[in-house]
Design a protein around this ligand. Structure first.
Ligand SMILES: Cc1ncc(COP(=O)(O)OP(=O)(O)O)c(N)n1
Ligand SMILES: Cc1ncsc1CCOP(=O)(O)O
Ligand SMILES: [Mg+2]
Length: 497
């Protein structure tokens, strides 16, 4: 790894001993998004998931010294500020940001903790307006913080526009008022001085929202460091926070934080939003010409296509080539044989970082420690499989129509196996091909990833993904080929994994 391959980002914020917000949230976000994080501590808080028990500001001279130490050695490409606590610290930070001519400055105007404790002294609010707004390329207040900056209450959505204009007039280049709940949606209202944009996402009903604003501004700084355009970076940061909220949990007795590692858990890789974010990070990290999607290639191993071969070795080789999911679809072996081979395939997948799904048999999936099960329309219901496998496991469901897709989503499917999309000879009782239009329709409303299956080849995989599938599942295009591994290579190339 050469130094110029990794982007460097700085957080200037307070420490949260509970690990969910502040410096700790920022550094976890930087690491999750593949950038190198440096840090300047402005304050220390004694806090946990139940609240804030104590706060202390750092000597402004030491804050300036920390900033000099970073800037004199490391080429920072973006910086975010969080808790600045008092006027002396604000003056120190604003001075050094100007002195070092820092680019991509994201100011998160932290004022009050989610548990209601003041993290910016009231007498420092004027310095926040007069010194930090002109220093900000982006300012990312929540509605309460926007009200304080504006100096009036935000009671209706029209007030949001007025507040954004007023804050922009204070000097910030982009104003993004985050976390505006509208029904089942959660909007970020963005203003660049010319136009307003509403950045869209689902509202995630969870008590574990600690550090949401910190995580958002750290993610925004990370994507700006990658060189992404402002609106694209802002939307990607919102998607990262949404994913973190969707997979959030509490490590303590109170409200927990955003989950900063959600992109990398085995159980989330099949998540379409996660796959998109991972590919965005991966694309930017590898400096590919444009952020591609990291689609999921799901290789199905089983009889008769793989008979006589070592399934575990096939799985390992496919994973090394870029396969994200291995599915054991075995109709000829008895249960004991399935468990024996399943244990070996499970180990290959675990050791090489792929998801392992067993088709049909939730009992075998449990016995071999698979990551999930894939159920057909006539297999046990998804809720029964989930009860058998326990939380954190993946339950995929086969669908071939819009109606079946809606029913599977309602039944709690974690992803849909939609097909056959094209004609196939690999499943005797397959429904008639549903075509790309059904892929488009189902992908347009499905909140879970759609994995297309049935007659998928390297030649048609791209159009299936462009129709909205998060990935594809494949049998005969690989195993019936005279050179299966060359076909695998072509799949990987055609899908830009
Ligand atoms: C990803 C994926 N989608 C669909 C299927 C088909 O599963 P099912 O409906 O259980 O039919 P059989 O595979 O049992 O013939 C799948 N296996 N994987
Ligand atoms: C298992 C399954 N479910 C719907 S189509 C199908 C067979 C897919 O096999 P192929 O990739 O060879 O068309
Ligand atoms: Mg089945």
């Amino acid at each position: 790894m050469t130094p110029d391959e990794v982007h460097k980002v700085l957080t200037i914020a307070g420490s949260d001993s509970g690990g969910g917000a502040g410096i700790q949230a920022d550094l976890k976000t930087f690491a999750a998004l593949g950038v190198y994080g440096t840090s300047v501590i402005t304050a220390v808080t004694a806090q946990n998931t139940l609240g804030v028990q104590g706060v202390g500001g750092i000597d402004p001279a030491l804050v300036e010294q920390q900033m000099d130490s970073v800037f004199l050695d490391i080429k920072v490409e973006a910086a975010k500020t969080g808790m600045l606590y008092d006027e002396g610290i604000i003056r120190a930070v604003a001075r050094k940001l100007g002195e070092h001519r820092v680019r991509n400055v994201v100011v998160d105007p932290v004022m009050v903790s989610t548990t209601g404790h003041r993290l910016l002294l009231p007498e420092a609010e004027r310095a926040m307006r007069e010194l930090m707004m002109p220093a900000a390329d982006f300012v990312t207040p929540n509605p309460d913080e926007a009200s304080v900056l504006w100096g009036a209450s935000i009671r209706k959505e029209a007030d949001l526009h007025q507040a954004a204009r007023a804050i922009r007039d204070m000097g910030a280049r982009f104003v993004i008022i985050t976390g505006v709940k509208r029904g089942e949606r959660c909007l970020d209202l963005a203003f660049d001085g010319r136009e307003f944009r509403e950045l869209e996402g689902p509202y995630i009903p969870t008590p574990n929202t600690h550090g949401t604003g910190c995580t958002y501004s750290a993610a925004l700084a990370s994507f700006l460091a990658y060189g992404m355009e402002p609106w694209e970076a802002a939307q990607a940061a919102k998607d990262f926070v949404t994913t973190g909220l969707r997979y959030s949990y509490s490590p303590g007795k109170g409200s927990g934080p955003v989950n900063h590692s959600a992109l990398y858990y085995p159980g989330t890789v099949a998540d379409r939003a996660v796959a998109r974010l991972r590919s965005l990070v991966f694309a930017n990290w590898r400096k590919r010409p444009e952020p591609g999607r990291e689609p999921v290639l799901n290789l199905i191993i089983g009889s008769p296509w793989c008979s006589g071969q070592d399934y575990a070795e096939l799985a390992e080789k496919a994973i090394r080539m870029g396969t994200r999911v291995i599915q054991l679809r075995e109709k000829e072996k008895d249960s004991r044989e399935m468990i024996e081979v399943g244990l070996r395939v499970a180990r290959s997948c675990r050791e090489h970082g792929a998801i392992f799904i067993v088709n049909d048999r939730a009992d075998v999936a449990v016995a071999v420690g698979a990551d999930g099960v894939h159920l057909g329309q006539t297999d046990i219901p998804p809720e029964v499989a989930r009860a058998m496998m326990g939380p954190g496991k993946i339950v995929g469901v086969s669908v071939s129509t819009v109606e079946e897709a809606r029913a599977a989503i309602a039944a709690g499917a974690d992803y849909l196996g939609l097909g056959p999309v094209f004609a196939t000879a690999s499943k005797q009782d397959a429904a008639p091909p549903c075509g790309l239009e059904t892929v488009r329709q189902v992908a347009s409303f499905s909140p879970v990833p759609v994995i297309a299956i049935g007659g998928i080849t390297p030649e048609n995989a791209r159009e299936v993904l462009n129709a909205g599938a998060a990935g594809v599942a494949v049998i005969s295009a690989v195993w019936d080929s005279p050179d299966p591994w060359d076909q695998m290579r072509r799949f990987i190339e055609m899908m830009r994994i």
